[in-house]
Write a protein that binds this ligand. Structure first.
Ligand code: ADE
Length: 215
């Protein structure tokens, strides 16, 4: 699965996507991530990518020309939907990440900054708008990384054993509920004991206890 990210802050992605599971997934070619600097597509002599809003008001708006050209450029190689990350979009949920992972379609992730992007781009080039929660961030870069992380870990082979996401919070097998508590060794830590049932070796009882702890 290929992700193309459009951003005016490409360096933001240097850390997170180059570590741990997402790094390994790229190395083993299970996912590909390409980052594109929107500013490079600006035809303005100062490489401007924003301007004041028509009608007045606070904040700047991302201008349509660099966005248009950047999207068109990426669409030459990525045939998937253009997803704009915005607090005004539909909220991302586990069933939605599962659907995106199982479709295995490439995605173009468009990160906005400032007050937003020119509406004409949303009207003509954006296929879907996604929010990662009801709060406002400084831009779509973190939400793009959240999406890549949540989708990638569901692609077969990205996480070691298949089971390790079968029992995830919000998964179908946990009836979309939040996961049960986990304990590891030692059995006693600072006078706090692990529940007896987990040490019993009685699989049915353990399963029942875990079910009773779902929220
Ligand atoms: N951009 C700013 N805030 C956001 C959010 N909550 N979700 C997606 N994109 C955003």
């Amino acid at each position: 699965m290929r992700f193309d990210i459009l951003t005016i802050f490409p360096n933001i992605f240097d850390s997170y996507l180059k570590e741990s599971i997402i790094k390994r997934a790229q190395k083993s070619k299970l996912i590909k991530i390409h980052i594109h600097d929107i500013r490079k597509f600006s035809k303005d002599k100062h490489k401007k990518v924003d301007d004041i809003p028509f009608g007045g008001g606070a904040g700047m708006v991302m201008t349509p020309q660099p966005l248009h050209d950047a999207i068109k450029h990426v669409q030459k190689t990525n045939k998937g939907p253009v997803i704009f990350l915005t607090p005004q979009g539909e909220t991302l949920t586990q069933p939605k990440t599962e659907k995106l992972a199982s479709k295995n379609r490439d995605l173009i992730l468009l990160c906005g900054r400032y007050e937003g992007i020119d509406q004409r781009i949303r009207d003509t080039l954006v296929d879907r708008e996604i929010s990662i929660g009801s709060y406002v961030l400084t831009g779509g870069e973190l939400p793009a990384m959240v999406m890549i992380d949540a989708i990638s870990r569901l692609i077969p082979g990205v996480i070691g054993k298949e089971e390790s996401h079968q029992q995830d919070s919000f998964s179908k097998s946990l009836k979309r509920k939040k996961e049960y508590p986990h304990y590891t060794r030692p059995a006693t830590f600072k006078e706090m004991n692990v529940p007896d049932v987990l040490l019993s070796g009685h699989h049915k009882k353990i399963e029942d206890w875990r079910k009773s702890k779902l929220k």
